[in-house]
Ligand binder design. Sequence first.
Ligand code: ADP
Ligand code: MG
Length: 752
Amino acid sequence: MPAPSKVDLIVEGMTCASCVGRVERTLSKQPNVLTANVNLASGRASVEVSGSNPDVELLVASLTSAGYPAREAVDRKAESKQRAYAQEIEILELKRAFLIAAALTLPIFVLEMGAHLIPSFGAWVHSAIGHTNSWLLQFLLATAVMFGPGRRFYTLGVPALLRFAPDMNSLVALGTTAAWLYSSVVLFLPSVIPAGSENVYYEAAAVIITLILMGRYLETRARGSTGEAIAKLISLQPETARIEVEGAVKEVAIDSIARADIVLVRPGERIPLDGEVTEGSSYIDESMLSGEPIPVHKKIGDSVTGGTINTTGAFSFRVTRVGDDTVLARIIQMVDAAQGSKLPIQSLVDKITRWFVPAVMLTALLTFCVWLYFGPEGSLSLALINAVAVLIVACPCAMGLATPVSIMVATGRSAQFGVLFRNGLALQALSNTKIIAFDKTGTLTQGKPSLTDFFPEQGYEEEVLLAKIAALEAKSEHPIAQTIVQYAQDKGLSLPLVSDFEAIPGYGLRARIGDELVEVGADRLLKDVDFSDSKVAVEAEQLAQEGKTPIYVAINGKLVALLAVADKVREGSQRAISALVNAGITTVMITGDNQATAQAIATQLGIDKVFAEMLPETKVESLRSLRSEGEVLSFVGDGINDAPALAEADIGIAMGNGTDVAIESADVVLMTGELNAVVNAVMMARATMRNISENLFWAFIYNIALIPLATGAFYPAFGLLLSPVFAAGAMAVSSVFVIGNALRLRRFKSAS
Ligand code: ADP
Ligand code: MG
């Protein structure tokens, strides 16, 4: 079966949560569509289509005819700019609409409310302009509000209603029209209204529109800042760069630069693309990608990353990656994908909100009927006004925003300190993690061991042995090998020829030099060699206690030397571990290293549990045994040789080195080698999930508490009614509250 392809669409006209479900269902009904995911906060739909040739036009057409104009999202950079521009225009339009509506509403409010609250003012209005004239004036102003700035609610809401797919605009349209129509009948055809019900509600219609416009305005403005992180990342790449063409220096657009071009970087400039330094050296500030504040020294041969800032040196580099392959582009893709992703809880929320609007309309109708039949005198106007209150208060706006806005803000904010969540699920799982297992080498330690001790057995010459050992290690990729080879090279030794070389992962190396069989590695490699009662065993134990890794060397089955390498613990590892322990997390170390060495380092760091002398395959088994305790398990590894473990754990956390984000098996990618990034990731995940629960709680409570109040259910017992004006205010407040609460995540501080 061919792999499914992905289509990203920009969808317009989604104003509330019930639209999300509708757009998703419309997309899912199209042929070949496997999944459809809509994000209300970003206004995007991501569709998985089987086959390699998705019919984008069909998808777009299906949405457009369902009332949601859509188009394909192509160029991220242009798209982001256009989105920001469109949003700015929308904000300005909403602001203008709100201000006009407010100006027109104020006199109505003063006339109607003023007359109610201050009887002498009411009497004055009555005598000065007359009762009917006051109502006429209100009619004119309210009509202007509704069909001027409030027009959008009818042009969107009425067609949705006619499609039997009512949304929040339909609720507003219905509610305000009912209030307006009733008032107009009272004003122009008073004879059809029963006695005692001759009230006008123009102020309700006008205030509802004004308040909801205000809510939308604030909401759109705040929503704009949730996508800020991506815009910031995109702006990290300069538009042009200076390259060397046939000896001359030319300034060209970034898009026209190809791989292997030589780019010149001046002090203080931003590095345009990824590459390798070919001339000069400098310190580079990589904090925008990794969150690490200290500039990194780069010399010839070191890799540089597009988007980072050169400090004081000047250098040139050869471009190695361009376009979508650059680290920055991949980060943007990851953040973008994560921002649009959903939590499992979201599908439940979507299901609820889809039923919400029709249920609300039914409730409003019931409210109207019950009040009409059982209400006190003048019940027609009470029935009407309570039904309007129900329509207005019950809009599920805040509910629809509760999770996506938090996810957007959180994933964007964490990217700023080098923590990339690949999806919303990772956020949710990480917030619940109880056990975090760490790979030792390269994660807890620097992964750059150095040779610390060398003990040849009696009768063997150090330099001869070292040359043989280095000859084997020269063929190995292991970090241990590099330090030994380096050491031998520094001594100027020439290495003998080896044959039949064999690297046994987790054990060590074996090869022939002339007629000798040379073995270098862990004690388990030399299981045929008995040294249990020699003084080597004591020495090895002593070295291991110091946190050094003993390495045994045997020739023809006879032990000839003992070496030790030590890998420095990363600065900050201890602080990070104790922060995790304080957060109630069990920490585990998994390593192929010697038991005693591993234990010594674990004790130094305060790690709870050690799995030592693991082979690559037993690493995965030990993770399974940890998982069998039923707790959510995370594994932190460097992502290169730890892919199986990263995939096995519930949450795989890959530690990058600031340049490598090509880590497919991980759920969370850390752009920094500092372990405090793990603490940041966990704390951010917890803060986000807490934020989401707060949002959902308030959004639901607001609806659940205010609907009965709006129906007038508390009237018989407590005399409580909810005026539609307050209903509109409460609705605006609840959306703004949810977004404001999510935006608090922007202030999340990185652990130090
Ligand atoms: P880690 O979990 O530290 O990455 P490995 O599985 O890579 O562990 O290695 C486990 C052990 O095997 C090392 O601690 C070392 O004793 C031995 N070993 C592996 N490769 C080599 C090598 N090239 N030279 C010497 N010893 C090696
Ligand atoms: Mg390893």
